[in-house]
Design a protein around this ligand. Structure first.
Ligand code: HEM
Length: 420
């Protein structure tokens, strides 16, 4: 690892901020024999997403040992396409209404527990809520075979906390021990037995769809199933939790915006599920995803042949990582990029080459609509039912957990009033 890669790994956000004005809007993290470029130049980003089918997707060196070699997050070819055919349709459009009740009940149970005076570690609280929601969507409700879903989720959360809970611990595992702590055979067995029990009892869960005997993934073996359960639980909660925590944080920082969102909520009975009925709340979420993207870089892409891009010839084997964080801070597209301004998103869609919190191309996040639905519903319920104030606004600095960027764990909110 050279010094640029080391700075990128150890001090990711200061490194990215220092790169913001790099000529050409890309930065070379490493040169031959394994060239790697971080890219945010809009035409190049657009080319990468449009060319996805011809590119390789090697995945992340730190996450592969955790989530497994056969994870759909870095699978390629026909098997990857089959995963998208199975999981894509239930996670978008009208089909999402199937998850409305599970989201609403989980959110309201979590808010019931918040009494005036409660001090809330914001990131940990949103992680708990998002994990319970995605856990039920994947593994079904409550009792399931020999173990409750909540028990599996608690074991999963403890493992992820051990591996990714602190950046320095993650790097120490990677560089001193050679890899992150594995989930272990007992938790792996819990993933697969709970998923198979869910598939039998609740065929509409994501486990049920993966294991459908009539579907394109029929006959999946335990090792592959384990990787998908771990991957979906992971991808489906850290990021949504971070997006939600950032939206709550920004609303606390911007009282005028919070006032307008509260007025919007007072004028509708919608619980945040329908984005067209809460356009300002939706724009707040879009702007949070811009200024504090939960995933600062989309997945790595590898060129399979020499390619003219960024005004030079990039050799086959070059890795390209689209930088979400830097694309979202280009002043040419987002004037005064450090200013939180949901108005940027009230005028219509922003082109994907400029704004891609969920990545793009063939790998565009499968949970993008679900996560936005969840975040809107959590924030709407919180604003309606509780008044919260940040205990220490200075603690709202971003912190990396693995690949996700969330408010620092020391950011706490205090519940000052209850409106039930
Ligand atoms: C705000 C919340 C979320 C954010 C910001 C986010 C972001 C991303 C990003 C940046 C990628 C990589 C795309 C690329 O490389 O081009 C991705 C992929 C993925 N996400 Fe999400 N995600 C979120 C929520 C979710 C949820 C709730 C799920 C659960 C269903 C999920 C499942 C996935 C999967 C399965 C992939 C891999 C897609 C593929 O490679 O074909 N994500 N996400």
């Amino acid at each position: 690892m050279n010094t640029t890669e080391l700075r990128h790994a150890l001090r990711t956000l200061p490194f990215l901020d220092a790169c913001a004005r790099a000529p050409g809007e890309y930065v070379e993290l490493s040169g031959p024999p394994s060239p790697k470029l971080l890219v945010w130049q809009p035409d190049a980003v657009d080319w990468i997403f449009r060319s996805d089918q011809a590119l390789g997707h090697p995945g992340s060196r730190s996450l592969i040992p955790l989530l497994g070699r056969s994870s759909l997050l870095w699978g390629d070819g026909e098997r990857h396409a089959a995963y998208r055919r199975v999981l894509g349709p239930p996670l978008r459009g009208r089909k999402l209404s199937r998850y409305h009740d599970v989201i609403a009940s989980t959110v309201h149970d979590a808010i019931d527990a918040l009494r005036p005076g409660t001090v809330l570690p914001l990131s940990a609280w949103t992680r708990g809520v998002a994990l319970r929601i995605i856990g039920r969507i994947i593994l079904g409700p409550g009792e399931n075979g020999a173990h409750t879903v909540d028990a599996v989720l608690a074991r999963f959360a403890a493992w992820i906390e051990r591996a990714l809970g602190s950046r320095s611990r993650t790097l120490a595992y990677r560089f001193l021990r050679g890899r992150l702590p594995p989930s272990g055979p007992e938790l792996d067995r819990l993933f697969t037995t709970t998923a198979r029990a869910a598939a039998r009892a609740h065929p509409h869960t994501l486990a049920g769809l993966l294991l459908d005997d009539a579907g394109p993934l029929a006959g999946m073996r335990d090792a592959e199933l384990r990787d998908q359960v771990a991957s979906l639980l992971f991808a489906g909660h850290e990021t949504t939790a971070s997006a939600t925590a950032w939206a709550v944080y920004w609303l606390d920082r911007e009282p005028a915006v919070r006032h307008d969102v509260l007025a919007e909520l007072a004028a509708t009975s919608d619980d945040g599920a329908d984005s067209t009925r809460v356009p300002l709340l939706h724009a707040v979420l879009q702007e949070s995803l811009r200024i504090t993207p939960p995933v600062p870089a989309a997945g790595n892409r590898v060129l399979r042949e020499d390619t003219e891009l960024l005004g030079r010839t990039l050799p086959a084997g070059t890795t390209l990582a689209p930088s979400i964080y830097l694309a979202h801070r280009r002043p040419e597209r987002f004037p005064s990029p450090a200013r939180f301004d949901p108005g940027r998103f009230l005028g219509g869609r922003v082109e994907a080459r400029h704004y891609f919190p969920f990545g793009g191309g063939d790998r565009h996040c499968l949970g993008s609509q679900l996560s936005q639905l969840e975040a809107r519903m959590i924030v709407a319920a919180l604003l309606r039912r509780r008044t919260l104030r940040c205990a220490d606004p200075g603690a709202g600095v971003p912190q990396l957990r693995g690949h996700a960027m969330a408010p620092a764990s020391r950011l706490r909110m205090v519940v000052t009033a209850c409106h039930d």
